[in-house]
Design a protein around this ligand. Structure first.
Ligand SMILES: [Zn+2]
Length: 461
């Protein structure tokens, strides 16, 4: 069962490696996956129906609601399966993703998955350009349940042989008094000569602002990785300018895109250059038309649907991630890397919406806003003039943070760019940066909110 793994493959081999892994994965799913066994029975599907990846389309989509309602039934149960090693059967770790109500949803890693996770995060760190010469500051907080972000920095940094320090921010420490204040984290960054800062974008930026106010020395920093929702060009420029004030020049600000169910983020190698898949043969991604669920040609934005090809703990097939994105399998123009990339800024579904009778594409909107210089943070809210009246006129409201003295110019640019791109003129409101603090606590915040009384959404969500 533990065949030597093909360490190096290229784009030309990718599909063949994926097909081979898919066959083995389906053997395991048919042997011991409670949820999909039920689906196979219901749909009248047998093992012979899945001879290649294209056959996956016989299987209905798995929605997040299906998974979070019965997470235990998405775990492979391989105890009675012949030839399965101890590493493939033993639970090593449980990582949590957002749940339905208050309870987060567990995602199980066996020992096998744990090693797979480390090797994937090693590649992620390599794509970002982290090396043995680096000292990485992990800004992800201590949380009440394990989350993906903390593990990404922990294992990614260690796997490439970098030095690692952790800030231990957060609000919950069980009374053990482990939480460090920003000032102590800033001290650590200075004393350890930190070269890479990796954390949630909002908190990362706030820490940099505090250091700036204190006049500290971040001159060794060369790479900043603000995770969470896609970083706008304005936010990157802002971080770069502030870190320059702390003595660091030529700082790169790279973003990642990922979700708990794929182990870790896909990663930019260059700013706005797309997100490289770190281990592309471990997943099979489909990009589907939001209306028809038919596969779309490459380059068109659609629903991201993921199938695990190499899992032993929690295993998902045709899992609707809930984001819209495009993919590209062309070699990366920036680094020549062959791994396929998510090639646009992802956004949540429910995003082809009708505003004042006009269809608005939220993806395009986010793309437009992310490129306007000066915008540091923003969110798009659909609301109504009179929220007690369901027939009241729609309003698109864009709340944004930018330096106050440029607001009038920035709001003019926003109105004009959105009108030209989507044929709806938004209202623009300045809000302080703190406005976004609460919404970013959960790693991913929703840049787009439909708060209208009646539902206008046409896309499945
Ligand atoms: Zn690249």
């Amino acid at each position: 069962m533990n065949k030597p793994r093909k360490a190096v493959y290229q784009i030309a081999d990718l599909r063949a490696v994926q097909e081979e892994r898919f066959q083995h994965q389906m053997d395991l799913v048919f042997a011991g996956h409670p949820y999909y066994k039920e689906v196979f029975d219901r749909e009248g599907l047998t093992r012979g129906d899945f001879r290649c990846l294209d056959d996956l389309r016989k299987l209905p989509i798995t929605r997040k609601e299906d998974y979070i309602a019965r997470p235990q039934e998405f775990r492979l149960r391989l105890d009675q399966v012949e030839g399965v090693s101890r590493e493939e059967r033993t639970v090593w770790d449980i990582i949590y993703t957002a749940g339905s109500t208050s309870d987060p949803t567990p995602f199980y890693d066996t020992s096998y998955d744990h090693y797979a996770r480390i090797s994937q995060l090693k590649r992620t760190a390599e794509i970002a350009g982290i090396t043995q010469e680096d000292t990485v500051m992990n800004l992800f907080p201590l949380t009440s349940v394990p989350h993906q972000g903390f593990l990404s920095v922990l294992w990614g940094s260690q796997a490439v042989g970098a030095k690692l320090v952790s800030s231990f921010g957060g609000s919950f420490d069980g009374g053990f008094q482990l939480i460090r204040r920003s000032r102590e984290t800033i001290d650590l960054i200075e004393r350890q000569g930190v070269t890479v800062i990796w954390g949630i974008g909002f908190f990362l930026r706030r820490l940099v602002i505090t250091a700036e106010e204190m006049g500290r020395d971040f001159s060794r920093v060369r790479l900043v990785l603000p995770m969470g929702e896609g970083s706008s060009a304005g936010m990157r420029e802002d971080i770069r300018r502030r870190i320059a004030n702390l003595g660091a020049s030529d700082v790169r600000v790279l973003n990642g895109y990922g979700f708990t169910e794929m182990h870790g983020p896909s990663m930019e190698c260059s700013e706005m250059g797309g997100f490289h898949l770190p281990k592309p043969a471990r997943y099979f991604f489909e990009i589907l038309d939001p209306e028809t669920f038919e596969p779309l040609p490459e380059g068109r934005p659609g629903l991201v649907v993921m199938t695990h090809l190499d899992r032993r703990g929690t295993c998902l097939l045709r899992y609707l991630v809930g984001d819209i994105c495009t993919m590209s399998s062309e070699a990366c123009p920036a680094c020549s890397g062959w791994e396929p990339r998510f090639s646009s800024i992802p956004y949540r579904t429910g995003s082809i919406v009708k505003v004042k009778g006009t269809l608005v594409n939220v993806s395009a909107l986010i793309d437009v806003l992310s490129r306007i210089q000066g915008i540091e943070e923003y969110e798009i809210i659909l609301t109504q003039k009179d929220r007690t009246d369901p027939f009241s006129e729609d309003i698109m409201l864009i709340k944004t943070t930018c330096p106050q003295h440029v607001f009038s110019s920035v709001s003019g640019q926003i109105r004009e760019a959105v009108r030209r791109n989507q044929e709806v003129t938004p209202e623009v409101e300045w809000v302080p940066l703190e406005h976004f603090a609460a919404t970013q606590m959960n790693y991913k915040f929703k840049r787009f909110k439909d708060e209208r009384v009646r539902s206008h959404q046409t896309a499945p969500g």
